[in-house]
Design a protein around this ligand. Structure first.
Ligand code: GLA
Length: 391
């Protein structure tokens, strides 16, 4: 089993805390975003993949109204009761991910008396790296709790429940990308998502290439406003285009690059810059799909570099550290493409690489990064892997 040693630790902790075996154990992976940045809430397209690191959630009914959550990696316990399930404002805010998911799985109403639970969760997704450890926890919670209580939500519905937990309990107005990637990942394949129709297609990556994640040491925090302000700018721009274009526009998905060029003059400089990023990203994902079909990985990689330029110049969700990594990657022939992955403002870059040259690539990037910042980035090869499932 993938990540067996993490599973063993979670189950051992469960036995230590509660005695016996958990009734249900689930697993959900983190994700990398490969192409298509900040397009999900604009109803656009994304290429992503579930990664080979994830979170296990082990749970049994408590038989009463008590809810106990144990975070193995932080060695912390949070206790509440069914009637008191609510956003945790301070202290154990990590509990917001499983609690919020539980809350919306129950339709936002307190669960029936006697339906409490005790759970231990733990995983190996580095925190703050932009690999969606929070979505993994939500999805692991969702499928385990659904099994215990016999609800029958489909994958997309469970993803939306996790997203609602982010919005209302964790305070990040994210799109559906992270949760959907964790649910729909397939080994050796990318997930191509259409966030208008919520169709999720599996696209094989082909042999001879791999992804390398390079984690900067720059802070990545999406809940302190920068993410929300980008989203707001996109929504403002969509409203503007709905007014000036003679067609139906509900999201930036409906606006072409040619239309942006012609009509951008009516937007503020900043809003125009924000809007062009998802518009360009949608085009790049569709081009990328055509290139992958032809097996043109070099062409696909070039689009990843373009995506990063667009983040750097227009959306301004990159930072010096991420730019340093991408610039260093460009000078290495065995790297086909590189870009920031996920929300931005820190976190990680995703590189498309020749896996045979992995050591050479990490050494070269580490050297450049260290010369500038004194510390080392973390480089790891990622295997696109299976999505969330019961163990
Ligand atoms: C974060 C969000 C996602 C998505 C990406 C950017 O990961 O949680 O919904 O918007 O940023 O593409």
């Amino acid at each position: 089993m993938l990540n067996q040693e993490v599973y063993d630790k979670v189950v051992a902790k469960f036995a230590e805390k509660f005695g016996g075996k958990p009734e249900v154990v689930s697993y959900a992976p983190g994700r990398i975003e490969v192409l298509g940045n900040h397009t999900d809430y604009n109803e656009g397209f994304v290429f992503s993949a579930a990664i080979d690191k994830g979170t296990f959630f082990a749970v049994s009914p408590s038989g009463d109204d008590k809810v106990t959550l144990v975070a193995l990696d932080m060695d912390e316990t949070y206790e509440t009761t069914l009637a008191a399930v609510a956003k945790v404002e301070s202290g154990a805010t990590w509990a917001n991910y499983p609690l919020g998911t539980f809350n919306w799985l129950m339709g936002g109403a307190p669960a029936k008396a006697g339906k409490g639970f005790k759970a231990v969760f733990g995983g190996n997704i580095p925190l703050g790296a932009g690999l969606s450890s929070s979505a993994a926890l939500e999805m692991a919670t969702a499928i385990a709790r659904q099994k215990v209580y016999g609800s029958t939500f489909g994958k997309t519905e469970l993803a939306k429940i996790g997203q609602k937990a982010e919005h209302t309990f964790a305070g990040c107005p994210c799109g559906l990308l992270d949760q959907a990637s964790s649910m729909y990942g397939q080994p050796g394949a990318l997930v191509k998502s259409d966030f208008r129709t919520n169709e999720f297609e599996s696209v094989p990556m082909g042999d001879g290439v791999a992804f390398m994640m390079v984690k900067s040491n720059a802070k990545h925090a999406l809940v302190d406003g920068a993410y929300a302000s980008r989203r707001q700018a996109c929504e403002d721009a969509a409203k503007y285009f709905a007014g000036v274009l003679r067609k139906k526009v509900t999201h930036l998905r409906d606006v072409t690059m040619a239309e942006w060029v012609l009509y951008r003059g009516g937007l503020s400089e900043t809003t125009a810059k924000r809007a062009v990023h998802p518009i360009g990203e949608d085009e790049r994902v569709l081009q990328g799909a055509a290139l992958l079909e032809k097996g043109d990985l070099k062409g696909f990689g070039a689009l990843m570099y373009d995506s990063h330029e667009s983040s750097r110049n227009w959306f301004e969700n990159s930072c010096e550290e991420l730019d340093t990594i991408v610039d260093a990657a460009k000078a290495i022939p065995e790297v086909l493409g590189a870009r920031l992955s996920g929300g931005g403002f820190g976190g990680s870059c995703c590189l498309l690489v020749d896996p045979a040259a992995a050591d050479k690539i990490s050494a070269a990037i580490t050297k450049e990064y260290k010369a500038k910042y004194g510390d080392e980035p973390v480089c790891s090869l990622i295997k696109p892997s299976e999505g969330a499932h019961l163990v």
